[in-house]
Design a protein around this ligand. Sequence first.
Ligand SMILES: [Fe+2]
Length: 246
Amino acid sequence: MNSKTKTYELDLQLTPHTTWSQKFWDDLIPAKDKVSSHPLFTDMANGKLSAHCFRNTLLNFYPLVAHFPSYMAMSLAKATQFATPGVTEARNWLIQNIKIEERHLDWYRDWAGGFGLSVETLDTTRPPAAVNAINHYLWSINYRGTLAEGIAATNLAIEWATGDWSIQVYKGIESYANHPEININKRSLAWLRAHAHYDDLHPHEAMELIKRLCDGQPELQQKAFEAAQEGLAYYALALDACYEQQ
Ligand SMILES: [Fe+2]
């Protein structure tokens, strides 16, 4: 056997949607669009958002970015019943996704740094309650929910909406290039560039895991759907609160 021949599959293979998973995905789109088409992101993409509000938003969302792998780690801790369909794949996928997030903390700090925020300011921030609610929710659902609920709330909901708005904001970010207090360069754009590009498979892979974990179990499907919907509702709430501060 060739030493390079894989005896196991590390990459998660996407399968066609079933009736329930297609409906699950389609029914989430309005809640996802409420986040990705939020006026705060539209203003960011058009260069209309004030530097003050942009900076404040970057500061307020820092804990979500910084703790994202920790939320996934709580789901990973639950992925132990390998005889249950989808659990081994969820374990492998979460480990890979957590590893990817390792670099994202530094990249986000570079982006925030371009807007004048020091690492010390970021590390000591205490977002307003309406913004921080998403963090409490993700700690909670990943701690006490099922594996499918954690993945639905964290990887499907948050990563899906984030990939969508990142594409728009990345396209328009050059409009801030000449601002005297803002430094836009290759380094400060690494986080945005990454999320506008290669993260876009994550929501589809998260949906694939939910399909495998919940197949034939309508109750689990419903709970996972509600977890994703709630994650997106908290995301929108956080954006509303940032937008009101401008
Ligand atoms: Fe990320």
